[in-house]
Design a protein around this ligand. Structure first.
Ligand SMILES: *Cc1c(COP(=O)(O)O)cnc(C)c1O
Length: 463
C-alpha cells in the first residue's frame, strides 16, 4: 500500500487548552430570526446566538494561566496599588516611555490626548482613520486628513507596507494649512481600516524627519504595535535578527507619545494606556484622568486588571505567540482563496477583510454591501463578522452626506488564542457557500441611524 510522503512540517500553537467554554449550536431558522431582530446589524446580536464570533479581537482574548494567576494578586487599594507600579515598569521596559496614565480602554486615552493637544480648527494627518480615534480628534475640534499611501485603498495591491504614510501628501498638507495648525501626526499600525497592513521602520523614520523639520509632534496608536513589529521582522531588510521587543522599542523611540487599547496586543479583556516622554502632556493627562476614569494609579481599572496587563506584555512580544496568531489568519485566507472568495491582499495581521464590492457587485454602495454580507454569513452558519464600509465611515461633518469609502469590507477578526483550526474550517466553508449563492442576495436600507459611531447601533431592513 502506497503511503503518503512527508512534504512539510506544520506549525502549531505554543500553548494548550486548560479551560473550555461551551458554545450554543443554532439552526438556520434561529439565526434568521435573530438577525431580523438585530436589524441586520451584527453588533446588535446577542452573543448567545453566535457560534463562531469573529466580530472583533478587542477584549475577546483568552488569558494565559500566568495572567489568571496574576488576577489573584490584585491590590485593590484606591491609591498607589502595587499592580500599577508593576505595569508602569513594564511600560518603560517595552514601550520605552517614562510617563504613564492608565485608562479603562483605548478610547479614553484617545479622548485625553485629543483634548490636551488639539485646538479648534486644527488638522490631524494620519495613516488612515480609525473610528474612535478620528471621532475624538473631531470632537476636540480637528479635521482628520488621510495621508496614507494610495496602495492602502486598493484591495488587490500586494504592497508589503500598505500602512505607510505618503510623505508628499503630508508635506502638501503642511504647506497648505501651516505647521502651527498641526499639533501632531497620528500613526497606527497595522492599519485596521486598510486590512491590517503594517508600516515600515524606514517610512516611520521619514515621517519623523519631516515632523522634526516642521516641529510637529508624532503620536502613535500602538494598540497593535507588536503585530507591526512582527511584519517588520519578516519583511524589512535589517530586522530579521532582531526580537519583537527590540523592534517595538525602536519603533516607539521615534514617537513623542502613544496610546494603547490593551484589549488587543496585551491579551486581556479590558484596559488602556496613555504613555509619553512629554512631561507636560503627562501632567495634564494625570490630572484629567481623575475627572473621567479615576485616580491616576488605577484609571478606571481594578488592580487585578493592571496585573493581567503587565503579565500580558511579557507574552505579547513572544515571537511564537504572534506567529500562531498571524498563522491562523493566513490559514483562513489561503483556504478562502481555494474557493475564489475575494478579500484584501496581502492577508492582514489580525483579520481577513472580505471585499464586499467584489463579492456582491450587483449592490450599490448605498445598499450597504458589507452590512448585507455580514448578515448573510451570520444567517448561514452563526459566524459573526463586522461591517467596515459605508456604515462605519459615517457622514461628512460639513455636508451631512454619507462618506463613500473606497473599501467596502466585512472584517473577520480572530480573537487571540480562542478558536481552533476546525472552527476556521467551518467559517471558511460557510463563507464559500454564501459566495456560491451570491447572485440571489438582496441589499439593505437603513431604518435607524444614531448620531455617533453609527455602525454600532444602526438598524436595517431587507430591500
Ligand atoms: C480598538 C482600537 C482602538 C480603541 O480602543 P478601545 O479599547 O476599543 O477603546 C483604537 N485604535 C485602534 C487601532 C484599535 O484597534
Amino acid at each position: 500500500m502506497a503511503k503518503k510522503k512527508v512534504t512539510k512540517r506544520s506549525w502549531a500553537e505554543p500553548f494548550k487548552i486548560k479551560v473550555v467554554e461551551p458554545i450554543k449550536m443554532t439552526t438556520r431558522e434561529n439565526r434568521e430570526k435573530a438577525i431580523i431582530e438585530a436589524g441586520y446589524n451584527t453588533f446588535l446580536l446577542k452573543s448567545d446566538d453566535v457560534y463562531i464570533d469573529l466580530l472583533t479581537d478587542s477584549g475577546t482574548n483568552a488569558m494565559s494561566d500566568n495572567q489568571w494567576a496574576g488576577m489573584m494578586l490584585g491590590d485593590e487599594s484606591y491609591a498607589g496599588s502595587k499592580n500599577f507600579y508593576t505595569l508602569w515598569d513594564k511600560i518603560k521596559q517595552y514601550y520605552g516611555m517614562p510617563y504613564f496614565v492608565p485608562t479603562h480602554q483605548g478610547r479614553a486615552a484617545e479622548h485625553m490626548v485629543s483634548q490636551i493637544l488639539i485646538k479648534e480648527g486644527d488638522y490631524i494627518p494620519g495613516n488612515m482613520y480609525f473610528t474612535t480615534t478620528r471621532l475624538h480628534q473631531e470632537l476636540a475640534g480637528a479635521t482628520f486628513v488621510d495621508v496614507i499611501i494610495k496602495e492602502a485603498h486598493n484591495p488587490v495591491s500586494n504592497h508589503p507596507f500598505k500602512g505607510n504614510t505618503d510623505l508628499n501628501k503630508l508635506e502638501d498638507l503642511i504647506n497648505k494649512v501651516g505647521a502651527k495648525k498641526i499639533p501632531y501626526v497620528c500613526i497606527a499600525g497595522p492599519v485596521n481600516m486598510a486590512g491590517g497592513q503594517p508600516f515600515s521602520m524606514a517610512n516611520l523614520l521619514e515621517v519623523k524627519e519631516l515632523c522634526k523639520k516642521h516641529k510637529i509632534k508624532l503620536w502613535f496608536d500602538a494598540t497593535r504595535a507588536c503585530e507591526n513589529a512582527y511584519f517588520i521582522k519578516l519583511r524589512e531588510e535589517g530586522y530579521q535578527d532582531k526580537t519583537i521587543a527590540q523592534i517595538l522599542k525602536e519603533m516607539c523611540s521615534h514617537f513623542d507619545g502613544l496610546w494603547v487599547s490593551a484589549k488587543k496586543d496585551l491579551m486581556v479583556n479590558i484596559g488602556g494606556i496613555l504613555a509619553t516622554r512629554n512631561k507636560k502632556v503627562y501632567e495634564e493627562a494625570r490630572n484629567m484622568v481623575v475627572i473621567y476614569e479615576g485616580l491616576h494609579t488605577y484609571g478606571g481599572l481594578a488592580g487585578r486588571d493592571m496585573e493581567a496587563m503587565a503579565r500580558g506584555m511579557d507574552e505579547m512580544v513572544m515571537f511564537d505567540n504572534i506567529k500562531a496568531r498571524v498563522g491562523q489568519v493566513e490559514y483562513c485566507g489561503k483556504r478562502l482563496q481555494e474557493y475564489g472568495v475575494p478579500f484584501v491582499k496581502p492577508i492582514g495581521g489580525h483579520a481577513i477583510f472580505l471585499d464586499a464590492k467584489k463579492f456582491l457587485p450587483h449592490l450599490k454602495q448605498d445598499q450597504f454591501p458589507a452590512q448585507t454580507l455580514a448578515s448573510e454569513i451570520y444567517a448561514d452558519s452563526g459566524v459573526r463578522g463586522m461591517e467596515r464600509g459605508i456604515v462605519s465611515a459615517g457622514r461628512n461633518r460639513d455636508t451631512g452626506e454619507h462618506n463613500y469609502p473606497k473599501l467596502e469590507l466585512v472584517r473577520l477578526t480572530f480573537p487571540r488564542r480562542v478558536y481552533t483550526q476546525a472552527h476556521i474550517d467551518v467559517a471558511v466553508e460557510s463563507i464559500a457557500t454564501v459566495y456560491e449563492n451570491r447572485n440571489k442576495i438582496k441589499g439593505l436600507k437603513m431604518v435607524y441611524e444614531p448620531k455617533y459611531l453609527r455602525f454600532f447601533q444602526a438598524r436595517f431592513e431587507k430591500l
